[in-house]
Design a protein. Structure first.
Length: 165
């Protein structure tokens, strides 16, 4: 159990909560022991870690979308650096049991919405060419070889043939 606690806090917290809930019917435990709420609090530890990973992934994608879609080219390196940072944080906290719980399309939808709202402050809009579903898999995003600059380039809107360089 100690190893699981260090390597996969979500799985550990779910397992410990299940054990505590199984004890609820025992009569040899003190009446003051609030097993239901203790189990809930332990599960919350794992959920908090899962939420942190999802948040870091959303922030990574948010910065990638902004970097790809804003005409303010001077900010692309800063947003790219932010995406690298948030992706690194997600990778450091991601555990095997979290993979099945992460809805990357929902994270993508929220990141795109956040980017649209952020860019709108500057009178900018997202292009209609952005995909409705996340164009990256969780494996892509968490791979050591993931290239943030290539991700930004992939999402850049196509240039109109009539535009001059």
């Amino acid at each position: 159990m100690d190893d699981l606690y260090r390597t996969d806090i979500l799985a550990w917290s779910q397992g410990q909560a299940a054990v505590l809930r199984a004890l609820a019917g025992r009569r040899d435990l003190p009446n003051e022991l609030d097993l239901a709420h203790v189990a809930e609090e332990i599960e919350d530890v794992g959920r908090s870690e899962l939420n942190a990973v999802q948040s870091f992934l959303r922030l990574c994608l948010f910065h990638v979308v902004k970097a790809a879609c804003s005409p303010r080219e001077a900010l692309v390196p800063k947003w790219g650096e932010e995406a690298v940072h948030f992706r690194s944080e997600a990778r450091d906290r991601l555990t095997p049991s979290m993979r099945a719980a992460i809805d990357l399309d929902e994270i993508w939808r929220r990141a795109v919405q956040q980017a649209a709202e952020s860019l709108a402050v500057y009178g900018e809009a997202l292009p209609s060419s952005l995909p409705a579903q996340c164009p990256f898999s969780l494996e892509d995003l968490t791979a050591p070889s993931f290239d943030v600059r290539a991700a930004i380039d992939l999402l850049r809107p196509p240039q109109d043939a009539g535009e001059s360089a």
